[in-house]
Design a protein around this ligand. Sequence first.
Ligand SMILES: NC(=O)c1ccc[n+]([C@@H]2O[C@H](COP(=O)([O-])OP(=O)(O)OC[C@H]3O[C@@H](n4cnc5c(N)ncnc54)[C@H](O)[C@@H]3O)[C@@H](O)[C@H]2O)c1
Length: 265
Amino acid sequence: MKIGTRSKSTSMGKGQFSGKVALVTGGGSGIGRSASLLFARDGARVAVADINDSGSEETVRMVEQSGGKAFVVHADVSKAADVEAMVRATVKRFGRLDFAFNNAGIGGKGVTTVEHTEEDFDRTIAINVKGVWLGMKYEIPQMLEQGGGAIVNTSSIRGVGAFPRLAAYVASKHAVLGLTKVAALEYGKLGIRVNAVCPGVTVTPANERFWAQSPREKEDRIKIQPVGRFGQPDEIAAAAVWLCSDKASYVNGHGMIVDGGFVAK
Ligand SMILES: NC(=O)c1ccc[n+]([C@@H]2O[C@H](COP(=O)([O-])OP(=O)(O)OC[C@H]3O[C@@H](n4cnc5c(N)ncnc54)[C@H](O)[C@@H]3O)[C@@H](O)[C@H]2O)c1
């Protein structure tokens, strides 16, 4: 297949997650929605967590339409009580928790380091960093009780390199990789693998809204992509799902870059 083109999506080997339960934060949109669909396609039951309930409801509807099982959990990942309740609700509904994709995140303001307000900085860190830590804080004890599990956190190519006018976001995504590595070292021997995905620019609703206002910016960005296009949510989700699978049984503490080669430049 020519680089830069994509084959039609294929079945990922039905049932590899049969009997398993996955929790996806930010499941109401973009990468989280695609991951919910892919976990379900492989047989997992899925808890779709988000602050955007109508987005989550749509994801659940799509999972059910494709023959899977899912339910909506309203949770703000920056709030400990919500995250604790999210894990409890998942276990109450589906009996266990095998995989967690701590993926909810925001972009933060596109301003210089000096221009960032304290409020924006704190909000970005609260959702992108504290949200991932809280996820693991409540997911890991449940997984330990069951004898193991796999966690994937969403970082970014901005977690391995900087970009001007994005201080809070860049800091938050570097921190996600730090949290991922620490947890991987702490819980590897206890049967829990912890990894991260680092997406490049991906075609999600927020980006599409932005590009609708700045089509020139979109064209310029595409030109600098080594494969001549942006990523699709299911291409990022596929990496997260693979990291959860037994095929990745020796992968731990890794930040998998899925960016069409962008950071290789
Ligand atoms: N799209 C990209 O180009 C790109 C690139 C690199 C990394 N990422 C990361 O991928 C992840 C998913 O983003 P996406 O691109 O699918 O964007 P998206 O906006 O489509 O989805 C993010 C979801 O997270 C939810 N969310 C936001 N704040 C929340 C909170 N406090 N609690 C619970 N849910 C919350 C939103 O409601 C939304 O449904 C994010 O962590 C983002 O930083 C995206």
